[in-house]
Design a protein around this ligand. Structure first.
Ligand SMILES: CC(C)(COP(=O)(O)OP(=O)(O)OC[C@H]1O[C@@H](n2cnc3c(N)ncnc32)[C@H](O)[C@@H]1OP(=O)(O)O)[C@@H](O)C(=O)NCCC(=O)NCCS
Length: 277
């Protein structure tokens, strides 16, 4: 595999990936984040250039610190050639027996192939299936900021609350991952008069809006739309796709995003988690 570092190559790749939206969403978002300062320390690999069969983005190997950390060890994959996917998985660039990982992608065969290879290598594998939603223009919140609330970026002091309320979090690794996100990438939250967060949304290294949450007492008032709109405007201004990934049965989240302009996309957004047994 070749590592693409040159801005002109990344730009060309970006243009190519845009033509295959929404399937390329996580890869395109990562490539764009890498090309614009690389705050999440990822790298972009292709099997050949410029006519690639597969693109892999991954955390830079020197950033691997904890072999059991699948939060930080994020990869994303888009392939045009199934043989290239097979070759990638047979090598050691993506899935190794020793390290926990998280692979994101929107192709059904990717899920099947990763499951097969990771299980054969003795990893415990779990797939979470999301629905991707995109907003073609900056999201339009359905209400104005209520009196007594104000907008801010998420601060490191809010991380214990974010971690405790995150369905996939609640442990030391997820805490460190969230801290890394708010230190390096844009985030938005609404604070009450005492400075406590009541609603928030973060951006991740794939350019995906994630970790949307409103504390129960404040739900149903359109507050998530206000936080998401801040991030959406920023993404739009920088030319990024505006997207999020939601569990298909999470009706409040689906309603909230569609009410502000997001459109459900065809296909499945896969998050495949692998951990050494
Ligand atoms: C999904 C979530 C972020 C929505 O936040 P919100 O600020 O309440 O969003 P909205 O006010 O726009 O409400 C969205 C929908 O929530 C539902 N809702 C309304 N009042 C509610 C209440 N009191 N409690 C729970 N859900 C409510 C409704 O379906 C509403 O849609 P509708 O107004 O079209 O009927 C919030 O419910 C939440 O934090 N859930 C737990 C975490 C989560 O699922 N995060 C999303 C990850 S993708």
């Amino acid at each position: 595999m070749l590592i693409l570092r040159c801005p002109a190559q990344l730009q060309l790749l970006e243009e190519t990936l845009r033509k295959s939206l929404p399937t390329t969403l996580p890869v395109l978002g990562t490539v764009m984040t890498v090309a614009r300062g690389n705050p999440a320390s990822h790298e972009v690999l292709v099997d050949s250039w410029p006519n690639f069969g597969i693109v892999l983005t991954r955390l830079r190997p020197e950033e691997h610190r904890d072999p059991m950390d699948y939060y930080t060890n994020q990869l994303s994959v888009f392939y045009r050639d199934k043989g290239a996917l097979q070759a990638l998985l047979e090598g050691t660039e993506a899935v190794t027996r020793e390290r926990a990982f998280q692979i994101l992608g929107m192709q059904d065969e990717l899920d099947e192939a990763v499951q097969e290879v990771a299980s054969a290598r003795g990893l415990k594998v779990e797939t979470i299936r999301y629905r991707a939603l995109m907003s073609p223009k900056p999201p339009q919140p359905r209400r104005q900021m209520p009196p007594g609330l104000r907008l801010a970026a998420v601060s490191p002091s809010h991380i214990p609350l974010l971690n405790a309320t995150w369905a996939l979090g609640g442990n030391a690794r997820s805490r460190a991952f969230l801290l890394g996100l708010v230190r390096t990438l844009p985030s938005a939250c609404l604070l009450d008069r005492c400075g406590r967060p009541v609603s928030w949304s973060l951006l991740d290294g794939q350019g995906c809006m994630r970790h949307g949450y409103t504390v129960p007492a404040w739900r149903g008032q359109g507050l998530t739309g206000l936080a998401v709109a801040v991030l959406g405007r920023e993404l739009y201004a920088r030319g990024f796709p505006i997207y999020g990934a939601v569990l298909p049965h999470n009706t409040p989240s689906l309603r909230c995003l569609q009410a502000i302009g997001f459109v459900p996309q065809p296909g499945t957004f896969y998050m495949i988690l692998g951990t050494p047994k």
